[in-house]
Design a protein around this ligand. Structure first.
Ligand code: FES
Ligand SMILES: [Fe+2]
Length: 530
């Protein structure tokens, strides 16, 4: 990347790292007594120590000479910006706490005995003014943090672009050492131009075994009644889930040990699944406990580790020992789940994830549904302050996260159902939360679990047939995508690269592909994960 362009574009905030005009020590002058009282409190509450005893980073600001910085210097400066903002915010909180202590002290009944009402009123008025000043300072700090994070995210985007360019340039260099004719030279020259591309071309291959070593949600709990079963395909193998006598779910192969009849065509009785052909019965761990009309043999079919949490049933399809139970996929507090929908789709799960992690397509693709009437912004960006797999869209009030191995979580700010509004998600009064789980079924099939939650209109849950209406909406939106993604898949199968030329708004999709690529290569440290 051009360092000059970078620094110029960023307008590197040198002043940002310099001491603020609002000097904390000066601000506290004359309050040593309060500080002493507070320090006694601190002695009792050691946990506060860690919060406030943070070294002032201003003495360590990197000093670079020259008008323009290279990218590493810029990142270093940005890092100090963030450290300074953090330190400043802690001092602001400390100031407010000290002032609150002081208020308590002034209002102390013992103090009233030796202070006149007039003195107390005067002291309280002064404290009020100081508190107001401290709160103003907090707002300034908040704005600084937001600006610093935005700049950091932007820089990160530039660095990522650079990494992508390096990656494709390396690939090109490998091919450019062949002997050249003039026609070849031109071809090589053309290919030498740095292009940003990933290679995700077809045909769609079988899933890499490393992708199996994760917990996968496969069904909503509410869909699995005591006497029902759910057949699923996962990594090209047929499985069936049902509940045992204890009510806990189990996942066993959906193929009878006797003569390979699909078990899900049978029934569940007393916690066992019965094959519809000759009546053999299996428990949730795959043990055959009944073989009518013959002597019972010692037979066990394959089963997978399985658990149920927060309304979902999860399995571990990999060969490695199962990892710890993953974090909940429930919406944040304040949200109510309104719809849980399952769909079987004729596309590879990676292509579906690419689609879900992309919002820039909305005003072009979803013109009959949620993006009807949306204007096309001059610039769409996905900002990732945490350098990971989550961030927010600009200019849309939407936060989004890719959660490995196959989940997308998003929170959409809305003013009234169906209408987007506001600068960012937090500024919107009402929100819709979505979970998409894209379970890899087979090479060109995905089992999609969709959960939709709202933090408003709780009564909608009780409107009759609302579930059907939500399903209808979800299918309409998905169909708008599906015809395009099916088309991509067809071209991919004929060798087209579906990530031929990613641009800045493709950041999250590209990160998913880089994460998956590293996983399949067996990288020790996966990118974008802590
Ligand atoms: S095939 Fe299942 S019992 Fe015979
Ligand atoms: Fe879409």
């Amino acid at each position: 990347m051009n360092a000059i362009a970078t620094a110029a574009a960023l307008s590197v905030p040198i002043s940002f790292c310099r001491p603020s005009k609002l000097d904390f020590n000066k601000g506290l002058r004359g309050r040593f007594r309060v500080l002493a009282v507070f320090r006694e409190e601190l002695g009792k509450k050691n946990e506060w120590d860690a919060l406030f005893h943070v070294e002032d980073p201003r003495s360590k600001v990197p000093q670079y000479k020259g008008k323009f910085f290279d990218i590493y210097q810029v990142l270093e400066v940005a890092r100090y910006d963030i450290q300074y903002c953090d330190w400043r915010a802690r001092q602001d909180v400390l100031t407010i706490m000290l002032l609150h202590e002081k208020v308590v002290e002034v209002l102390n009944p013992l103090a009233r005995e030796y202070k006149s009402i007039g003195t107390m009123k005067k002291e309280l008025a002064e404290l009020q003014e100081e508190l107001a000043q401290a709160h103003r300072q907090v707002h300034i700090s908040e704005a600084r943090v937001a600006t610093a994070l935005d700049k950091l995210a932007y820089m990160e985007e530039l660095v990522n672009d650079r990494l992508l360019q390096d990656r494709s340039t390396t690939v090109v260099d490998q091919t450019s050492s062949s002997p050249s004719t003039s026609a070849q030279s031109m071809d090589v020259e053309k290919r030498r131009l740095p292009r940003k591309g990933l290679n995700v071309s077809g045909p769609v291959e079988s899933y890499h075994p490393r992708l199996k070593n994760f917990w996968y949600p496969i069904a909503f709990s509410s869909d699995l009644k005591d006497d029902t079963m759910i057949p699923i395909e996962c990594f090209e193998e047929p499985w069936v889930i049902f509940r045992g006598n204890d009510g806990k779910p189990g996942c066993i192969q959906n193929t009878c040990a006797h003569r390979a009849c699909p078990l899900h065509l049978g029934s569940v009785n007393e916690g066992r699944i019965q094959c519809p052909y000759h009546g053999w019965e299996y428990t949730t761990d795959g043990k055959c406990e009944k073989m009518p009309s013959t002597r019972l043999l010692n037979v066990k079919i394959k089963s997978l580790p399985c658990f149920e949490k927060d309304g979902m049933i999860w399995i571990w399809p990999g060969n490695e020992p199962p990892a710890a139970i993953p974090p909940s996929l429930l919406p944040p507090s304040g949200f109510e789940i309104h719809a849980e929908i399952v769909m079987e789709l004729p596309i590879e799960h990676g292509l579906l994830l690419d689609n879900l992690l992309d919002l820039a397509h909305a005003p072009f693709t979803h013109t009959s549904t949620f993006a009807k009437g949306w204007s096309v912004p001059s610039l769409v960006k996905f900002l990732t302050p945490a350098s990971g797999l989550q961030g927010y869209w600009d200019p849309y009030p939407i936060d989004m996260e890719f959660r490995p191995p196959c989940m997308v979580l998003s929170t959409i700010g809305i003013s009234k159902p169906g209408k987007l509004e506001g600068q960012n998600t937090k500024q919107c009064a009402t929100h819709l939360h979505q979970l998409h789980v894209c379970l890899p079924s087979s090479k060109q099939k995905t089992r999609l679990l969709y959960r939709m939650s709202l933090d408003f209109a709780p009564l909608l849950k009780h409107v009759p047939l609302m579930q059907y209406l939500w399903r209808h909406f979800a299918e309409q939106v998905l169909n708008e995508d599906l015809r395009l993604v099916v088309g991509q898949q067809e071209r991919m199968n004929k060798g087209a690269n579906v990530w031929n030329l990613p641009v800045s708004y493709d950041k999250l999709g590209v990160r998913y592909r880089l994460w998956r690529d590293a996983l399949e290569r067996g990288a020790k440290q996966l990118p974008f994960t802590k």
